[in-house]
Design a protein around this ligand. Sequence first.
Ligand code: SAH
Length: 216
Amino acid sequence: MDTDEHKIELIMSLRAQGIRDTRVLEAIEKVPRENFLPDSVRPMAYADQALPIECGQTISQPFIVAYMTEKLQLTDLTKVLEVGTGSGYQTAVLSYLCRRVYTIERYRTLAKAAEKRLAALNRRNVTAMIGDGTMGWPAKGTTFERIIVTACAPAGRIPPALFDQLAEGGRMLIPVEFSADRQVLQLIERTETGFERQSLLPVRFVPLLEGIARAE
Ligand code: SAH
């Protein structure tokens, strides 16, 4: 099978798993996942599984990328904050569905590689930075209609800055640890009066860590 056939199989499998938003499926179809992978795992680009990337991190499973993207309910007008750029794959998918993506990564190596890949795909509506996403986007007073965190927050410790930067009427998706080895994807909606939380499904993400990574 060639890449296109593998890609079509993946899209069909995402549909079978309940992803119905055709805009989301089209965005997944547009992004060459192989471009976001190290050589060693490139042949598995269209398997529906998470794969290792540089700096000991992982690129999310396509189903989870599609699921989270669908749950964000994006429009062409939405401004999205993404914490955990990683490979930049999820960023690329988001960029096809919203006005602008602001993405933060704590590893310089990953942030730089992601920026290159996104530029190669001509994704002009992405603003990327190296930083600690637990502090939110550094520009004071910024709010976002949507926030997506692709690393797991410790139990009971969703960063307060992310609540602060979620606009009223906004939605945030974030994996949260419940106990050792158990993570749940949560949807947090900001209403006029406060925050409503909903648990969606069990997930497996690398940890959300504080500070910029010094090693790489
Ligand atoms: N969405 C990514 C998944 C990357 S894995 C993709 O599609 O490839 C999660 C990423 O979150 C890792 O690269 C990790 O370094 C990053 N991360 C963890 N804590 C962070 C923080 N506080 N700020 C920014 N990035 C963080």
